[in-house]
Design a protein around this ligand. Sequence first.
Ligand SMILES: NC(=O)c1ccc[n+]([C@@H]2O[C@H](COP(=O)([O-])OP(=O)(O)OC[C@H]3O[C@@H](n4cnc5c(N)ncnc54)[C@H](O)[C@@H]3O)[C@@H](O)[C@H]2O)c1
Ligand SMILES: [Fe+2]
Length: 383
Amino acid sequence: MAGFRFATCPRLVCEQGGSAQLGSLASELGLRHAFVVTDRFLHDQGLLGPALTSLEQAGIRVTLYHDVQADPPEGVVQDAVARATSAGIDGVIGFGGGSSLDTAKLVALLARSPQDIASIYGVDLARGPRWPLIQVPTTAGTGSEVTPIAILTTPSDEKKGVVSNALYPDIAVLDSTLTLGLPAAITAMTGIDAMVHAIEAYTSRHRKNPVSDALARQALASLYHNLPRVLADGRDAAAREAMLLGSLLAGMAFANAPVAAVHALAYPLGGLFHLPHGLTNALVLAPVLAFNREAACAAYAELERCLDPDASRDDQIASQAFVARMTALVAAMPFGRHLSDHGVTEADLPRLARDAMAVQRLLVNNPREVTEADALALYRAVL
Ligand SMILES: NC(=O)c1ccc[n+]([C@@H]2O[C@H](COP(=O)([O-])OP(=O)(O)OC[C@H]3O[C@@H](n4cnc5c(N)ncnc54)[C@H](O)[C@@H]3O)[C@@H](O)[C@H]2O)c1
Ligand SMILES: [Fe+2]
């Protein structure tokens, strides 16, 4: 077996109502003044109530930042870093979807080790130390609570990632009660994003390994079987927890075996059209799976058998069944599955294909090489 490395977030608390323990967890990390990062909607919903009460009871001062925007623009991070620095915080708590968690990661780093954001996009360019960091996801989801990645939107509408071991949070808190009110469309989009993390980690060309494989398989099974349940009944607590755990396991997997062409083609749709991240993945998933199928035949067949133990032993047949299964899943989701349903026209496709080619950080992980002509054809297939 080839050697490999694996890293993840060192501590995990998974408990319904667990966000009410933030006070004691933050105290254990030595926090006295926490910067809590979230978005206005979650704040206005009162979702932070138990978390803020527990911080107060632990005697921890809180500076609340609730101005995170989806697919955070660089300016939001700069604004948050300035507020955190002037408030004199000594720790950060991210509370929300991937947008809040990614912003929290960069605030924890940049408020302690100032660096120009534009200079740290890419792998291992950011340098620590950072302030202690606790992450509480409210979508299931990005898995950002256990990844060393933060994705921003640049002033030129590109989505770019900062990837650095300095960004692994200290503690991830999974409290599924926070996700009980997640609307169906967001549940579906974020759930597909998490599944794509598992699938792309499982077929990642360079750093796939036995640990990421085990996590990806468990993640995909948990997400696939529970997504219909949470869509049928959003208040199904057991299924919500299984989704949150599936999203975390997928995050652990792709933090080590990085994602590929689905994400590379999704990014320009997010950057140029400001469509939600999970939706952009869902839109390009079916054509990319079909495009990859021969190159990823054995891996897709294994994933099919992990979802259906009675699947064919023939890799060709099982891998085709896997592509058909995932295509049918996307078609059953409560959102339009064509680019044109979301404002994209034929005239936009060349720019999208060109921008996708710039995401080489991810394209190199794809089981099959993707040219600009391929990218154009893949977008056209779902127009
Ligand atoms: N760091 C990583 O490893 C990683 C991985 C994948 C994606 N991402 C990034 O994460 C971002 C997307 O994150 P996301 O999909 O979680 O969405 P998000 O954080 O942008 O939130 C989407 C919407 O859902 C709402 N929402 C969140 N939780 C809710 C809840 N419990 N109830 C009701 N509404 C709720 C938010 O208020 C917001 O309006 C993108 O910027 C993407 O690029 C990061
Ligand atoms: Fe993603």
